[in-house]
Every structure is written in C-alpha cells, then in structure tokens.
Write a protein that binds this ligand. Structure first.
Ligand code: FES
Length: 170
C-alpha cells in the first residue's frame, strides 16, 4: 500500500465563520454560476487573508462551498507558491533567486538576509516576526535584485538597503 495518500482527516472541510461565509457569498456574486470553479483561487486567497495560511482542510471547505471535488482544490493549493501551507511570520520576506537577480548578486543577498535574521529559507524566526523564502522571479528583473515583503516590492537592493528595510519593520 502506498504511503503517499493524503490523510482523510486533512480533507474534512473546516467550518466557516459567518464573516467568512459572507465574504465567500460576496465573491460568488461576482461570478456567473457556470464559472463557479473560477472561485477556487479567490476563495483560497480569502481564507489565507483571514488565517495567514491555508490547509488542505481549507481546500476541502472551498470545494464543499463551490460544490466540486476536493482534489482539484488541493492540487491548486499545492501548485501555487503564493499560498502558505503552514503558519508564517508577520513579515514574509521573499528574495528572488532567478537569473536576473542572480547575475546582480541575489545569492549573496540571500546569505546576508539569512545571517541577519538567523534563519534559512523556509523558516520563521522564533519571535514570529519574519519568514524567509526564496522565489523564482518577481517580475522585477529590470530592477534586480528584488525582494517582496508581504505586498511591498523592494528593488535594486544591496545589503545596506536590506538592513534598513528590515530594521524599519515592526
Ligand atoms: S529574476 Fe529576479 S525579478 Fe526576475
């Protein structure tokens, strides 16, 4: 028997609060009934905005709400890297490591951020302040090296600029 199957308990829909249900209903009103599967990503984003991360149980909640099989929603959850599958810090620091940024020193910059925060990519500081991630192209290649912290872009970076940015965050 394969050990790679998803545990049944992880795909049991999590209950929706009245507030989240109202947000789901508002999003559903924006889509024609025949396009209901287009709600998958907006609803997952909605849950992440409310909870900070999204789980397979959340994917099951979305599937249940839409009235579609759970597995495609679980697959979407795991496909898109903008969904956090586990709790993250208050500031999610995403440093680009793709070619334009690599040519302009992102590897050194990532090492600098690791040393400054005391964590490796994929980890969160003990105080829950920062999560560090490396990402593939932030579409800011012309101003490489670039990083994104939550919804804010920071471009043409060097170690001094990174230090000033990190120090400025609560
Ligand atoms: S390669 Fe870094 S933003 Fe495109």
């Amino acid at each position: 028997m394969s050990g790679s199957t998803t545990p049944a308990s992880s795909t049991v829909p999590a209950p929706l609060s009245a507030e989240l249900r109202a947000q789901f209903d508002a999003l559903r009103a924006q889509y024609p009934a025949e396009m209901k599967t287009s709600l998958v990503l907006p609803l997952l984003h909605c849950l992440q905005a409310a909870r900070g991360h999204v789980t397979e149980a959340d994917a099951a909640t979305v599937a249940d709400y839409i009235g579609m099989p759970t597995m495609p929603v679980v697959e979407a959850l795991h496909w898109y890297t903008m969904f956090y599958k586990q709790p993250v810090g208050r500031h999610v620091v995403k440093v680009c490591r793709n070619i334009a940024c690599a040519l302009r020193g992102s590897e050194t910059l990532i090492g600098h951020v690791q040393k400054t925060l005391g964590i490796a990519p994929g980890e969160t500081t003990a105080d829950g302040r920062f999560t560090l991630l490396t990402v593939e192209c932030l579409a800011s290649c012309g101003t490489a090296p670039a990083m994104q912290i939550n919804d804010t872009y920071h471009e043409s970076l060097d170690a001094a600029k990174v230090d000033a940015i990190l120090r400025s965050l609560p």
